[in-house]
Design a protein around this ligand. Sequence first.
Ligand SMILES: Cc1ncc(COP(=O)(O)O)c(C=O)c1O
Length: 406
Amino acid sequence: MNQQTPAAVPFVVPCADRVAKLPPYVFATLFRMRDEALAAGREVFDLSVGNPDLRPAPAVIAAMNTAMDDDSWNCHRYGTFNGLPRFREAIARWYYERFVVTLDPNTQVLPLIGSKEGLANLMRAYLNPGDGIIIPSPCYPAYFGAAHLCEAEVFELRLCEEDGWVPRLEDIPAEVAARSRMLILNYPNNPTGGVADLAFFAKAVEWCRRHQVMLVSDAAYTELGFDPDNQPPSVLQVPGAMDVAVEFQSLSKSHNLAGWRVGFVVGGQEPIGYLGKVKSHVDFSLFGGIQMAAVAALRHGGQSVKDNRAMYLRRRGQMVAGLRKLGWQVPSPPATLYIWARIPQAWQGDDFRFVQDLFAATGVLVSPGSGFGVHGKGYARMSLVAPTATIERICELLEGTGFDWS
Ligand SMILES: Cc1ncc(COP(=O)(O)O)c(C=O)c1O
């Protein structure tokens, strides 16, 4: 009678080694700090994530509502794997109007459940364990986890302030180039706000062609460049780039649709086909109502994108002025909704301690630079996702700490 009861028998199924070795996502750690503080009743100002605080344009919400009740088709059923033809056509049309790049909506365009999903699945489609991938550093942190899940070898390509945050491709060692299948570029850049011009993209296309490396352009912020006479380009504007590059776009920031999960990828028929093949095994494309809302955003959302840009420009001006007044000499980025700054000297490069101390003293949550790659160490990122009145209050709180910001 010494049989153990079922509940007393330990039941252990270990997770896969690649998941066990996966470090926690930097924003998950920050969200835990934030949620504990909120649960304790503290006031929190969350500038950690580029999570737009404004609503989508009314026409976009109306298009979603119309789709939900449209009896001519039933958007509540499973859709097609490669998205609605109307959405793919709207994407091709927008690419032509915005960049004068011609795309076949049937073979060179694929809707995504946010560009984060598409980037990870493209890596799955192309990276074998041990293959190389070249990732800019600092960068959008999701690249690291997605590459890790493919068991790929990551090379962090340093971005420097003195180069305007554009990498020196000649810094890539020959053996890294030889083992790599992908190079990611992200302009305008998260987290630095740096921008790249077509001349740099032409060099990158040439480098990738020479080394037989796919150029993955993450263009999530092309609509958030602040110079009206010099809007950020698409890598596909470079002649011949379609053979070498794919480009990801997101509606999350430009159209305040982050929670809806909608983006897309464009490029050559082959990579779009392989990505579509992977996706057909793991998802069922986007909800039809969201796709119709995205069609409305691309066709009629030009003014709301301009309004967004103007709003981020105002917030940037106010935040930069407020921080400089404290003695923190932060740069004023030419694009995106981020401010990327060296942390004050008193923290001696320990950016996570800076984030913790700032949060403890003020409730203002920013992101530690080391979460964006080894070359992000010693920096912090602030997202401009609070209205101007809140930014004013944040600057007052920062001033009240008595910290030495120099
Ligand atoms: C550079 C970059 N790429 C992609 C994404 C993901 O965007 P999405 O919401 O389309 O998944 C983000 C989000 O912050 C980003 O900063």
